[in-house]
Design a protein around this ligand. Sequence first.
Ligand code: MRU
Length: 345
Amino acid sequence: MHELKYKKTDSVQLSDDRTSVVIIDQTLLPNKLEYLTLTKADEMYEAIKQLRVRGAPAIGIFAAYAMAVLSKSIPSGSGFMAELERLGEYLVSSRPTAVNLSWAVSRQLALAKTLSPEAVPEALLDEAVKIHLDDISTCMAIAEYGLSLLHEGDTVLTHCNAGALATSRYGTGLGALLLGAERGIKLKAFVDETRPLLQGARLTAYELKNAGVDVSLICDNMAAYFMSKGMINAVFVGCDRVAANGDTANKIGTLGAAVAAKHFGVPFYVCCPTSTIDINCKSGDDIVIEERDGSEVAELYYAQRMAPEGIICRSPAFDVTPSELITAIITERGILRGPYDLKTI
Ligand code: MRU
């Protein structure tokens, strides 16, 4: 049986009585650190949809625990598997872009199919802990590879949040910075605020500041300016889905940072576990981009509405960075450079 001693900072945890999933409500950070205990499918769906739990690997880990917890409430008759599949589909329908969500649900369903209904809950709980443990070691490996690409004194730009809250412990895109801080290597960070949901301002700035990293928060539209001044040595981001040709979906605004980085000759690194690579997507054109409610652009986080009533607001949550703009993809298996053919990874 796999065992994991949770830390207060783990964004996803299993409750002590193993009947619920406990998450840090990321929508309340950095002002409040509050935990939510989730037992029912509709609460879990809402938590993913509203970004209370967010970040591709964290959503996958959450879904793995959720499937285990939900399987406990299904009567162990002949309809057991059909009901578990229905609940899995329901969770997957909450957000379309991060592949880790469907990856974790499919992995749990495949395991459940090999077992009697009575054996499923404990087996899925054990598998969820294994997925979580694997993500911790994966993030550690990505952090090591990332750090090997940096030099003391470098300044790294990052976009959105790819730290512990979005993954496990070291994070992916933030791994090099967090590991560097732990080892006393002086690195600086510039953090895009990441409109409209402010993951950079609320979460990344919070995580890096807590880790003692020298961090400056900037608006998304300032990144090219700092690159033009030669003040950024590298860009590190996480991602939500990588197509077989290396095209990568990440938080809206990543594409702009990649275009500017190419223009100014700044290396642009994408960090992800191999579970984020979707070999069934041939290219970025096959990646479904979530479109969120326009009110998040006009109203959310403003003291009052900041756009005319009735204006159309568009809110694609992700964009796709073409592989030719990506200097390297950093996974737990190593540093991959283009041209990418990830089908065999
Ligand atoms: O909409 P979010 O906040 O879930 O988007 C998350 C991102 O785009 C992250 O950069 C990505 O998931 C990588 S997390 C390691």
